[in-house]
Design a protein around this ligand. Structure first.
Ligand code: HEM
Ligand SMILES: *[C@@H]1O[C@H](CO)[C@@H](O)[C@H](O)[C@H]1NC(C)=O
Ligand SMILES: *[C@@H]1O[C@H](CO)[C@@H](O)[C@H](O)[C@H]1NC(C)=O
Ligand SMILES: *[C@@H]1O[C@H](CO)[C@@H](O)[C@H](O)[C@H]1NC(C)=O
Ligand SMILES: *[C@@H]1O[C@H](CO)[C@@H](O)[C@H](O)[C@H]1NC(C)=O
Ligand SMILES: *[C@@H]1O[C@H](CO)[C@@H](O)[C@H](O)[C@H]1NC(C)=O
Length: 309
């Protein structure tokens, strides 16, 4: 059985202002006035860049640490940077195991702060960032997706891309929290933020999820990003559809260190692996479990306040 899930559907609101526009179209209109493909792509650029490096635009409604900053999610230390800077052999190049790739190879944060994906147009950083704009643009229902000014998604499916990362619920939760914080920093309503967080959790936060259509032109794809054994099993789990029956392994450090050798801390083995240090974290996620803050008030169809920035 296939499920078609799109956040565009969640953007259906009854506000007289927003009518039933997708979230992408609604907030493009609110923030950039003219709702066309170019401006939608700009909105996704602002959103994704903020998710990655933290808030850098003014004005803003709240701080965003960003996914490259160390943080704490429900008491667990999280350090996603090591997956992006080439420290871990966690990228999928089509082989049997992960390889180390530096995705910050074309300027790092500097071009992102200038609302660009990278300095150039032919780097790991450029392709990762532009793929994120495209992918999240489709998820959020941008009406200009695949039109001039908004290129369609040209990356791989979510299960393959994240197959060698062994991501756990804290890592996924931290990532989704940053998406929510970035959105609210631009004035996205808490109801809309909660709807997005819930949808991301449902689409990508379960182990062994069955094929589903996320990017329509790709057809049904495997989408589980959370594949560590701590991740909740999808109620419709199809582990046999995943490599190695859905069992993932902790990625090796690029320098040859085996992360699976526990350090001297008393944390659980798995959290020890993922926490590269036990020192106090520089940044704390203030948003907490967005997905858990959902109340009945977040029900689809509520009047939404479009906060103008
Ligand atoms: C809601 C959850 C997430 C979504 C929707 C998502 C989406 C994506 C997308 C669209 C890409 C580009 C794929 C491509 O170019 O083919 C990507 C790549 C990547 N993601 Fe995620 N991601 C999520 C969670 C995470 C988390 C928690 C991590 C933890 C570190 C992570 C790490 C990465 C890395 C390192 C890449 C580059 C991999 C490569 O190109 O080989 N992602 N992600
Ligand atoms: C609103 O939803 C209806 C029914 O799904 C659809 O026919 C119409 O085109 C939508 N309008 C907008 C502005 O998206
Ligand atoms: C979208 O609108 C902006 C002005 O807000 C304009 O500069 C841009 O060319 C337009 N893009 C398209 C594809 O029409
Ligand atoms: C991030 O947002 C916070 C809260 O609005 C603000 O105090 C801080 O200066 C911002 N940081 C940057 C680099 O804009
Ligand atoms: C490998 O990298 C990790 C994390 O950066 C570091 O703690 C460890 O000492 C390094 N090991 C070697 C052999 O360089
Ligand atoms: C890493 O260490 C773990 C636990 O000691 C071990 O089971 C695993 O085989 C090691 N992996 C490699 C590639 O050496």
């Amino acid at each position: 059985m296939l499920f078609f899930v799109s956040l565009a559907l969640l953007g259906v609101v009854s506000s007289a202002v927003a009518q039933n526009m997708s979230l992408c179209d609604k907030y493009t209109t609110a923030l950039l006035m003219e709702n066309n493909a170019t401006n939608q792509y700009t909105l996704l650029t602002l959103l994704v860049n903020t998710v990655v490096i933290g808030n850098y635009t003014q004005p803003n409604k709240n701080a965003v640490p960003g996914i490259l900053a160390k943080g704490i999610y429900k008491g667990e230390e999280v350090n996603l940077l090591q997956y992006f800077d080439g420290s871990l052999k966690s990228s999928n190049d089509g082989g049997m195991s992960g390889v180390a790739v530096n995705f910050l190879d074309d300027g790092g944060a500097a071009p992102l702060m200038m609302n660009k994906p990278a300095n150039g147009m032919n780097s790991q950083q450029y392709f990762l960032l532009t793929h994120l704009y495209q992918f999240f643009g489709k998820l959020l229902g941008c009406s200009g997706y695949s039109m001039m000014g908004f290129p369609k998604y040209s990356g791989d499916n979510m299960a393959s891309v994240h197959a060698f990362m062994d991501l756990d619920p804290s890592e996924l939760g931290y990532f989704i929290t940053q998406v929510g914080l970035a959105a609210s920093s631009f004035g996205v309503s808490s109801d809309d933020v909660n709807a997005v967080a819930m949808a991301l959790q449902k689409l990508f936060g379960y182990r062994c999820s069955p094929p589903a259509i996320v990017i329509p032109e790709m057809g049904p794809t495997l989408n589980s990003i959370c594949q560590n054994d701590k991740c909740p099993l999808d109620p419709m789990a199809q582990c046999s559809a995943y490599p190695n029956n859905g069992v993932t392994m902790e990625p090796m450090m690029a320098n040859g260190t085996n992360m699976s050798i526990p350090s001297s801390t008393t944390t659980t083995p798995s959290s020890t692996l993922k926490a590269s240090s036990t020192t106090t974290t520089a940044t704390k996620s203030t948003g907490g479990a967005l997905a858990e803050r959902v109340s009945m008030g977040a029900a689809i169809g509520m009047v939404v306040l479009v906060l103008m920035v």
